[in-house]
Design a binder for this molecule. Structure first.
Ligand code: AVJ
Length: 330
């Protein structure tokens, strides 16, 4: 037989809502565009290239932690849980951990179900008896657990299983501490809907010397610059604007006060950008804020987890203490 995953798409922002969100950010001063718009097809490939750069340590450091801590993680997290993978994409990080986490069900959540469709279908062939759900959900807006997903869990007999939320890659760093708290509280509520023993397995990038941080977000080959500027091509397609990517420069700075890397696109000329129904003038040197990447201390992040209702039970790091993985019970 050929088992197939189930696919669900929840409140997919329609084209008008996406246009409204982007145009609203462009009209503000300073202008901003949300980092979720980096990831069109080319943007996803450029991010994948970033993870292979010598300067971009997070991905390989986290992978090494998952390898070295595997036995420990297996002892701490509940087996036979429903594994809920936030920002699953190609599903490889979670799939690599299947032997460690031994889930009874797998839910791959991404902003668009299209992003997980192929990967999940092929993963299902390799795990024919593991129930799999692809869930399209913009959890950066809200992680409310959809009724359809509850119904799916019920149909699979997974209602009473613990829920194990997996949020790797320091994607939590895109959120301000206030936004992160909100998301983690919602994650906690999702865990509470399942059986006892559930919780959160999360990867977090750590505060470290600024030169290392800046290099990771402004690499020698200019891949991160291309990734940042590609946002303008994507926005052009989404709202019909006429951004000229050549007229914009990649800028990465570290804000010590906020403990975050900021990425910006800086206008290299006085120019106007037009789109159907509007336009905006940018002075030479004016910037569009495109991303925050917060860098946490383990103590600070443990406090955040506690504020969200979690009980931090275990913490693993690498020898250089560059990256942290937390296990926190709901
Ligand atoms: C996918 C959000 C974790 O902030 O490090 C990489 C994205 N931006 N280089 C990060 C990113 C520039 C990445 N996250």
């Amino acid at each position: 037989s050929h088992p197939q995953p189930t696919f669900l798409q929840r409140h997919h922002a329609d084209d008008a809502a996406v246009r409204h969100e982007i145009v609203d950010g462009l009209r503000q001063s300073p202008a901003h565009i949300a980092p979720k718009f980096f990831y069109d097809e080319l943007g996803s490939r450029l991010f994948s290239a970033i993870t292979a750069l010598p300067e971009y340590y997070p991905t390989r450091t986290e992978a090494a932690i998952f390898t070295s801590a595997a036995a420990d993680i297996a002892m701490q997290v509940p087996p036979q849980a429903v594994l809920i993978d936030l920002g699953a994409g190609c599903c490889t990080k979670a799939a690599r951990l299947f032997p460690v986490l031994r889930p009874a069900g797998y839910v791959a959540v991404d902003i668009s179900v299209a992003f997980v469709r192929e990967a999940l279908s092929s993963l299902q062939q390799r795990h024919p008896s593991l129930p799999m759900l692809g869930l399209g959900l913009d959890f950066s807006t809200s992680l409310a657990w959809p009724d359809e997903a509850t119904a799916w869990l019920q149909a699979q007999g997974l209602t009473d299983r613990p829920r194990l939320i997996f949020y790797p890659g320091s994607s939590i760093g895109n959120f301000t501490p206030e936004e992160a708290l909100r998301l983690l509280r919602q994650a906690h509520a999702v865990c509470q809907l399942g059986g006892p023993g559930g919780g959160l397995l999360i990867g977090v990038d750590r505060l470290k010397p600024v030169d290392l941080l800046l290099a990771a977000y402004d690499d020698a080959l200019g891949v991160t610059a291309a990734f940042n500027r590609n946002l303008l091509r994507h926005v052009n397609r989404l709202i019909g604007s006429d951004f000229a990517p050549r007229q914009w420069r990649h800028v990465a700075v570290f804000d010590e006060q906020a403990s975050r890397i900021e990425m910006h696109l800086e206008s290299t000329a006085a120019q106007s950008v037009r789109w159907p129904g509007g336009e905006r003038h940018f002075a030479n040197g004016e910037r569009i804020h495109t991303e925050n990447a917060y860098k946490w201390t383990p103590a600070g992040f443990a406090k955040l987890l506690q504020s969200a209702g979690f009980d931090p039970r275990a913490h693993w790091s690498d020898a250089q203490q560059w990256f942290s993985v937390f296990w926190a019970r709901a």
